[in-house]
Structures are given as C-alpha cells and as structure tokens.
Design a binder for this molecule. Structure first.
Ligand SMILES: [Fe+2]
Ligand SMILES: [Fe+2]
Length: 152
C-alpha cells in the first residue's frame, strides 16, 4: 500500500481490519493455552479498533453525513455489541477448555469479515469523501495517538 493511501481513513482502518482479522484467523487450536493467548491478543486489538470507530470515526462521519448517523451507524454499533459478545464467548469457552471454542471462533471470524466489509464500503468511503482534510486529519491523529499509547 502506498504511503499516501495509508494516510486516508480507508487506508488506516482497512489496514487495522486486516491485522485484527489475521490475529483471529491465525488462532492455534493445537492447545487451549495457545488458543487462549491468541484470543486474548485478538480481543484487545478488536476492542481498540472498535473504540476508534465508536469514539472517533463514527461521530465524525455521522456529523458529516446525517443519513449514515440515522441508518447505518446504529446497525454497526449493534454489530459491535455482537462482536464483543462472541469474542467473550470464545474466551470463556477456551478458559473452560470446551471443544466448542473453535466453532465459535469460526463464527466470529465470519461475522467480523461481513462487518468489516460493510464498514469499508459505507463508513470509510464516506469518511474520505465527506470529511474535510482538517476533520480527517483529526480522526487520524487521534487513532495514531491511541495506537502509540496502547502499543498493541
Ligand atoms: Fe466496526
Ligand atoms: Fe472496523
């Protein structure tokens, strides 16, 4: 990806989607300990990503495009609740060493991919289209600061 593309909403958030998705897809179920460690790392990154969206990106895009704030952003926020629930389920099943954990992780992986594709098409594209360069710069600066602080 070109450096200029990385400094767009789509570039930054799509890259994070790829990294978060890879952590989940790479879970090693050969032992519960390995799967749990991987799932915990995934859950931290997922939570950070959703916080960037809920606290920074969605409010900015919603102000710029009120129709998104009315129709699509509430759906995406509800999907975040389901992602949190599924992620907590996977962690819980792994802690109790349940063989159901792998199936739940696959379900989470599928739902996360659908959610991410929807955001990419609806919200990230709108962010790059509707935010002024100053507004987009504020969003990206907040994300970069959070990334530097959390070091995940
Ligand atoms: Fe999201
Ligand atoms: Fe996202």
């Amino acid at each position: 990806m070109a450096e200029s593309e990385l400094r767009t909403i789509t570039g930054v958030f799509r890259k994070d989607h790829e990294e978060v998705g890879r952590l989940l897809a790479a879970l090693d179920f050969s032992t519960f300990g390995k799967a749990l460690a991987g799932a915990e790392a995934f859950a931290r990154r997922l939570e950070r990503h959703m916080a960037w969206e809920e606290e920074v990106l969605f409010p900015a895009v919603g102000r710029a495009e009120p129709s998104l704030a009315r129709e699509d952003l509430p759906v995406l926020r509800a999907e975040h609740a389901r992602l949190r629930w599924l992620s907590a389920e996977v962690l819980g099943l792994l802690r109790e060493r349940s063989p159901k954990a792998e199936r739940r992780a696959a379900e989470l992986c599928e739902f996360l991919a659908e959610h991410s594709a929807k955001e990419d098409a609806l919200v990230y594209a709108a962010g790059d289209r509707a935010l002024s360069p100053a507004e987009a710069g504020e969003v990206l600066a907040a994300v970069e600061l959070s990334a530097a602080r959390s070091r995940l």
